[in-house]
Design a protein around this ligand. Structure first.
Ligand SMILES: O=C(O)CCC(=O)C(=O)O
Ligand SMILES: [Fe+2]
Length: 310
């Protein structure tokens, strides 16, 4: 007996165009929705594991609700711990260039200040500037692989403290007052701190990945000045052009990344033009180090209320 066609539906190789050898692929002829056949969702998951970030053009039919229904097929949705989500949605985070926190122009992996940080992010282009506003992703498994053996062994043993209360003014000296206010009052309204291994063993592929990004505050057992130099050394492998892919957005594009094996950076090169993207976020699990130890969450404290000067 022949099975109904939708059960066998999958993504043919011809519809998958790798964008570089190491990271990124564009997938054609898929209309994303909450109703995709299971086999297509499985295929997307597999392509994510292989290419780390996948892109779909022409998904203008999606609204927040349908974006979430689709994202939910990849796992449970999770709101941002401090920024919350758009009213009426479970997890949709709006990044609007005209508002504080809307320009993610630092290399990061999403939400690594908690232990079980998200595994996938699903980002939709809503308002795209006519020039600029690309996003760059790096494959952090390729970054680890490109380390010389001595640095691999050094990284394998190293642990880092991640927190959402980094020194915002130092990292973003040109931030507007609204951006600094958003960081102070919303982004860090609750303080999180987590110790993660610098090398995370990917739970699905077994690959070793470098787990760093802008939430890292220090390395366990090292001084601040050693931290900065060693951080830059490892991060230079993450941001090496060979390990990255840069995407020129169009309205209605969807990018999905494996947040366990990537960092990304939203290029802030479009001046006062408006740029709006909406992210649905899929919950992840606690990282495991090369030696089997798991990440440890150290704090979760509400910020003390600030006493206003009279
Ligand atoms: O604005 C972008 O392209 C990326 C924003 C970002 O960092 C995110 O959605 O996690
Ligand atoms: Fe991000």
């Amino acid at each position: 007996m022949t099975k109904p066609a939708f059960i066998d539906a999958t993504i043919p190789e011809a519809d998958v165009a790798p964008l570089t050898a190491r990271v990124g692929a564009e997938i054609s002829n898929v209309r994303l929705s909450g109703d995709l056949p299971h086999s297509v969702v499985v295929a997307i998951n597999k392509l994510l594991l292989r290419h780390k970030v996948v892109f779909f053009r022409d998904q203008g039919h999606l609204d927040d609700a349908e974006q979430e229904r689709f994202a939910q097929r990849l796992g449970d949705l999770v709101p941002h711990p401090t920024q919350g989500s758009i009213v009426g949605t479970t997890s949709i985070l709006e990044l609007d260039s005209s508002r504080g926190g809307g320009r993610a122009d630092q290399w990061h992996t999403d939400v690594t200040f908690v232990d079980a940080y998200p595994k996938f992010s699903v980002l939709r282009g809503v308002v795209i500037p006519s020039a600029g506003g690309d996003t760059i992703w790096s494959n952090t498994a390729a970054a680890y692989e490109s380390l010389p053996p001595t640095l691999k062994r050094f990284a394998d043993d190293l642990w880092a403290v991640h927190s959402n209360t980094y020194d915002y003014a130092a990292v973003r000296p040109r931030a507007t007052e609204a951006e600094a206010k958003h960081f102070d009052e919303v982004f860090t309204s609750t303080i999180y701190e987590t110790e993660h291994p610098v090398v995370r063993v990917h739970p699905e592929t077994g690959e070793r990945t470098l787990l760093l990004g802008n939430f890292v505050q220090r390395f366990v057992g090292l001084s601040r000045s050693d931290f900065h130099r060693i951080y830059e050394l490892f991060q230079s492998y993450v941001t090496a052009p060979e390990n990255t892919i840069r995407w020129r957005w169009q309205r209605g594009d969807v990018a999905i990344w494996d947040n366990r094996a990537t960092q990304h950076y939203a290029v802030n090169d479009y001046g006062d033009q408006r740029r709006v993207v909406h992210r649905a976020t899929v919950d992840g699990d606690v990282p495991v180090a090369v030696d089997g130890r798991r990440s440890v969450s150290r704090t979760k404290a509400a910020k003390p209320a600030r006493i206003k000067a009279a």
